[in-house]
Design a protein around this ligand. Structure first.
Ligand SMILES: Cc1cc2nc3c(=O)[nH]c(=O)nc-3n(C[C@H](O)[C@H](O)[C@H](O)COP(=O)(O)O)c2cc1C
Length: 181
């Protein structure tokens, strides 16, 4: 079975989480972890499971304006932030505009600041809704992984992402249609 983890990331945290989820999905799945800018139809084609995640910006999914603000924040002296190579490309919002109806199993995740989700927002809720709207069979509740105020992934979040990937692999395998093969 093949899984694709599609991530959007400005500062690298969502990338780290995507890699950890990918590690948790192995060895149950043949896993490809790919930035959203490179997640074209050829990579998605024939995948059994698609996992999609991005950073929470202004309580939801990023937009061109919030990505610009993220670049400006990183450009400030002493920000300590390093941009991802694909950070200036399109985000998940634009990716969903180009994804047609897709019947694969799926799951959503995000990164966000620590705190009650009612205050911080969670991009994964919207990602989850868009996955369902595009016909994906979502097999797990959306999950958030937390960063510090300095935009560093909190301790243990990589390990938690890996565990979530392992749990997701079990759920997705259980949903395998019995008619296949
Ligand atoms: C413009 C901007 C807006 C943000 N808004 C929120 C927000 O509303 N809630 C929140 O929890 N985090 C917010 N954050 C923090 C991001 O969630 C955090 O930078 C992101 O999870 C880091 O992921 P990345 O390293 O993959 O870019 C914001 C960050 C930026 C740059």
């Amino acid at each position: 079975m093949r899984a694709v983890v599609v991530y959007e990331s400005m500062y690298g945290n969502t990338h780290l989480v995507a890699d950890a989820i990918g590690a948790g999905l192995r060895p149950a799945f043949d896993v490809t972890v790919v930035p959203v800018a490179q997640a074209g139809p050829a990579i998605l084609d024939g995948a059994d499971l698609i996992v999609v995640g991005g950073p929470t910006h202004v309580h939801g999914m990023s937009r061109a304006s919030t990505r610009k603000a993220a670049v400006e924040a990183a450009d400030k002296p002493d920000s300590g932030l390093k941009m991802e190579p694909d950070a200036l490309g399109p985000g998940l919002r634009e990716w969903f505009d180009s994804v047609g109806h897709y019947p694969a199993r799926a799951a959503a995740f995000d990164t966000r600041m620590q705190g009650p989700a009612a205050f911080t927002g969670r991009a994964s809720k919207r990602v989850d809704r868009l996955l369902r709207a595009h016909g994906f069979d979502v097999v797990i509740e959306p999950e958030s992984f937390l960063v510090t105020k300095q935009n560093q992934l909190m301790a243990h979040e990589s390990a938690r992402a890996r565990e979530w990937g392992t749990k997701l692999a079990g759920l997705a395998a259980r949903c395998e249609p019995s008619t296949q093969g």
